[in-house]
Ligand binder design. Structure first.
Ligand code: EZ4
Ligand code: CO
Length: 403
């Protein structure tokens, strides 16, 4: 079998998505998600101008060698644009392998380790009352795990909270990022009280999660983890920016609240120290940005050695192709933890058809060959790309801060 051609489709059904389609001489094609929120066209160019020419004529079954060719072979390593492009190709090749053999991808990765996959969704509100209602609504829908984000009194616009009713989408259309503001003190004073109320109203059974979105220093993170201990969170996410991994030791020394990090990581080297030093409980890397299924199997193996489970990033800014890849991966590995699921707009689901279903807190994977996802090109063409950016964040005095 040979790869004969490949191209990239950019569409915007509700938000921007980049999809690679790789064709073979046997008439089988594979799909991969190449979306990098706010940097979509850089990945498109990298794929079209540099990577696709290198994979033509290759046997799509040689995923290991092709991955190393694209990773080591280009000399320049790592980086979000590079690894998202490699990840999309790898995903599409696994899709082709599954389709060629007539089996779902998970069967090629180790087979079925579980019947269904626990997912968590997002609940958010501008204040405590609205947030509590959002949690109630998600629980009524059958969710067993909910990420709780809330507006902070005295802070104008906070990550994770939508201005209007409906789905939260952080990327805003336009030619440059909008600006948000932040105040750590107000946030730290507010969040433990919110979780106390959520636990009191909804009981101990529901899994609660929270995302600090890289906004704390290690000692502030330690304080938050400690103060949230009575409410038994499933995890506290991205407490601090994780470039300096040593600093997680401070957080760990002070709190038993489980820690999840890694949605912005793109290689195993970004999480090697965190995992091998026991500094995280869940690794948030996802298939698309983590360079594909091939390297993520290695991340999962490393994690398994150190009692770390997976919790793949699954925002609406990655397409259903990435989510499907995460579900095949999550079905096959032993140390699956949880899958993020924000849900998709109706427009997105007009363009993509999927081979998974969601019911009462869990994903079920169908036995469709490959990844089980398809894209409707006609419909995709109706939704044209437009630039959209994630916000930047400033402190109240104007200092540029982490978003
Ligand atoms: O901000 O996907 O846990 N989820 C998140 C997301 C990220 C966006 C960035 O593109 O942190 O909402
Ligand atoms: Co996050």
């Amino acid at each position: 079998m040979k790869i004969t051609s490949a191209d990239v489709i950019v569409c915007s059904p509700g938000r921007n998505y980049v999809t690679i389609k790789i064709e073979t001489d046997k008439g089988i094609y594979g799909l991969g998600d190449a979306t990098l929120n706010g940097r979509e066209l850089s990945v498109v160019s990298y794929l079209r101008d540099h990577l696709i020419p290198c994979i033509l004529e290759r046997d799509p079954f040689d995923t290991e060698d092709i991955w190393h060719y694209l990773y080591r072979g280009v000399y320049w390593r790592r980086g979000a644009v590079n690894m998202t492009a490699i990840g999309a190709i790898d995903m599409a090749l696994w899709d082709i392998k599954g389709k060629a053999l007539g089996v779902p991808v998970y069967k090629l990765l180790g087979g079925k380790s579980r019947e269904r996959l626990l997912a968590y969704t997002h609940a958010q509100g501008i204040d405590t009352a609205e947030t509590m209602e959002a949690v109630a609504e998600k629980l009524e829908k059958g969710y067993k795990a909910v990420r709780v984000q809330s507006g902070v009194p005295g802070v104008e616009k906070v990550y994770g909270v939508s201005g209007e009713a409906g789905q939260y989408e952080p990327a805003v259309k336009g030619n440059k990022p909008v600006e948000e503001t932040w105040d750590t003190n107000k946030y730290l004073n507010y969040i433990p009280g919110l979780f106390s109320k959520v636990r009191e109203r909804f009981g101990e059974e529901v899994h609660l999660l929270h995302d600090s979105h890289h906004r704390l220093t290690p000692i502030e993170a330690a304080r938050l983890g400690k103060e949230l201990e009575p409410y038994h969170l499933f995890w506290l996410e991205d407490l601090i920016p994780a470039e300096n991994q040593e600093s997680l030791k401070i957080v760990r020394q002070h709190t038993t609240t489980p820690i999840a990090i890694g949605e912005v990581f793109n290689t195993i080297y970004d999480c090697q120290d965190l995992i091998s030093n026991g500094l995280v409980d869940y690794i948030r890397m996802t298939i698309a940005h983590g360079g594909g299924i091939t390297p993520m199997l290695k991340v999962a193996s490393l994690a398994a050695l150190h009692h770390v489970k997976t919790g793949c990033h699954g925002p609406s800014d990655l397409s259903p192709i990435n989510l499907a890849a995460c579900l095949h991966f999550g079905t096959a590995i032993n140390n699956f933890g949880i899958q993020e699921y924000m849900g998709y707009s109706d427009a997105t689901m007009e363009v993509f058809t999927v081979g998974y279903s969601f019911s009462r807190g869990y994903f079920n994977l169908m036995e469709t060959p490959g990844l089980g996802v398809d894209i409707n090109f006609k419909k995709a063409k109706q939704y044209e790309y437009g630039p959209a950016y994630l916000p930047v964040n400033r402190l109240e005095d104007g200092t540029l801060y982490n978003w």
